[in-house]
Design a protein around this ligand. Structure first.
Ligand code: GAP
Length: 453
């Protein structure tokens, strides 16, 4: 993990937010390369799940919704984590996280922390004398709401209180009727929404894995439970998620697994929930969740807002509230997975490589003039750069020797490096060097785009 964090900082993938002021806990900025990688992940998700499917539409909803949305959805009442406090340092921790690390340290596999209610956690902490990471006593766990409160300035008092959204999903539910009425969608269909969510996470750490501000890409797939078998639908979505991670993002299957939520752990409104876990450097953790949420959310909003949320079946005229399957992905967690999976200490060649899938790499190709003080070489290299830039994000580098330029591009995951040399001026060929094999081949400029793929 330390190596990943160092690489992310050294090469401009991730910086600590407002570092010059000492940083802000659990907050990160994405540097020039990180911004490209993040955008590539986001775009691939949108392309695969929204644009390539006739049964899907996209949405872009607000971070600030009407505050009653979060009352109706149940977040105000129960979107919480179990909080404990170190009685000496007053640092706060999640009780389930402290219990989890105690279980690991003591080799206990007979207890599943996800199954514990808050009172059970309290008893377990007392029975086993679990302390804070600083070795001090901790308070009894209490529920701590994760919603971020803020205020709209124009109105004083209670009415001005709003929440930064805790998930992108609720924007989909509140717009459900508008979508049905304004488009030609018919059940079954899905709606995707992508954007920032905020959670007042108690303890974080683990770099960008759990932050207070993060990006989600969520889908609500609406269907009629009388004509669609939810189990088959859930399976088909699990398959699509697996395919996206392994084929589109190129992640190794051996680092992935499905984990089904136990009956105790599952939210009361969900009939079945799975996590797609990735084997992060700090263990197996959730990357992507999928849940069959029945008609819970639309029904809650119907009851709370008084607004009819029913769908009318065109052929039979039957009115009902659709059921929903929800695949919910974190974009930043995907970023961490992608970097962790791609990281390779290539000892044979004494280099560090990010073996990123070409469609994820910040730059698809780098273009180098062999030397920077030969005008004809530089001019030709600029031509090649401009041609490639029509299609790809291209890096330009004319500093230092070619070997050093290769090493830099390896570290940032650029799949190909193209060098324009004296032979290029004579026969129109360039040297193309492959990131993973380090092999170099001569390729005609007319074939270059095909070679890069
Ligand atoms: N609407 C369902 C929902 O929000 P979730 O499991 O709480 O479900 C979905 O969140 C995904 O969002 C997670 O699988 C994870 O990838 C990401 N996520 C959740 N909290 C996060 C946090 N604090 N920091 C980074 N990513 C987070």
């Amino acid at each position: 993990m330390d190596k990943l964090i160092a690489l992310c900082k050294r090469r401009g993938f991730v910086f600590q937010t407002s570092e010059i002021y000492g940083g802000l806990a659990n907050s990160y900025d994405y540097g020039p390369l990180g911004a490209e990688l993040l955008r590539n992940i986001r775009n691939l998700w949108w392309r695969e799940f929204i644009q390539k499917r006739p049964d899907m539409v996209g949405l872009d909803t607000q971070i600030l919704l009407h505050p009653e949305t979060w009352v109706g959805s149940g977040h105000v009442a129960s979107f919480s984590d179990p909080l404990v406090e170190d009685t000496v340092t007053h640092k706060r921790y999640r009780a389930d996280h402290l219990i989890e690390s105690w279980l690991e340290k003591n080799g206990r596999t007979d207890v599943v922390v996800e199954d514990m209610k808050i009172d059970e956690m309290a008893d377990f902490i007392v029975q086993n004398e679990i302390k804070s990471p600083d070795g001090n006593d901790i308070t009894r766990p209490r529920t701590f709401n994760l919603l971020f409160e803020t205020a709209i300035g124009a109105v004083a008092g209670e009415k001005s209180k709003v929440y930064l959204r805790g998930e992108t999903a609720q924007g989909i539910f509140t717009d459900f009727k508008n979508i049905v009425q304004s488009t030609r969608v018919r059940l079954p269909f899905g709606v995707g929404n992508i954007g920032k969510s905020f959670r007042n996470e108690i303890t974080t750490g683990q770099f960008i894995f759990r932050t207070i501000e993060f990006e989600q890409a969520e889908i609500e797939y609406f269907f009629d439970p009388e004509s669609t078998d939810w189990k088959l639908l859930l399976e088909s979505w699990k398959k699509a998620m697996w395919q996206f991670v392994t084929e589109t993002l190129g992640i190794r299957e051996s680092n992935l697994r499905w984990r089904r939520h136990t009956d105790k752990e599952r939210s009361h409104y969900s009939k079945d929930t799975y996590d797609l876990d990735y084997h992060f450097p700090f263990g197996w953790k959730e990357l992507w969740g999928i849940a069959y949420r029945t008609d819970y959310d639309l029904r809650q909003h119907q009851e709370h807002s008084g607004h009819n949320m029913e769908y009318t079946d065109q052929s039979s005229g039957r009115k009902f509230i659709p059921h929903v399957i929800e695949p919910a992905l974190g974009i930043n967690r995907t970023f961490l997975m992608v970097i962790a999976d791609a990281y390779w200490d290539d000892e044979a060649n004494n280099r560090t490589v990010l073996k990123l899938h070409p469609s994820l790499a910040p730059f698809r190709v780098a273009v180098f003039p062999l030397v920077k003080n030969k005008e004809k070489l530089v001019q030709k290299a600029k031509e090649v750069y401009s041609q490639l830039a029509e299609k790809y994000r291209v890096a330009w580098d004319d500093r230092g020797n070619i070997g050093k330029r290769y090493l830099y591009q390896d570290e940032i995951g650029t799949p190909f490096c193209v060098t324009i040399d004296y032979q290029t001026l004579e026969d129109g060929t360039v040297t193309v060097r492959d990131r993973d094999t380090t092999e170099q081949v001569r390729v005609a400029l007319t074939q270059l785009a095909d070679h890069i793929g």
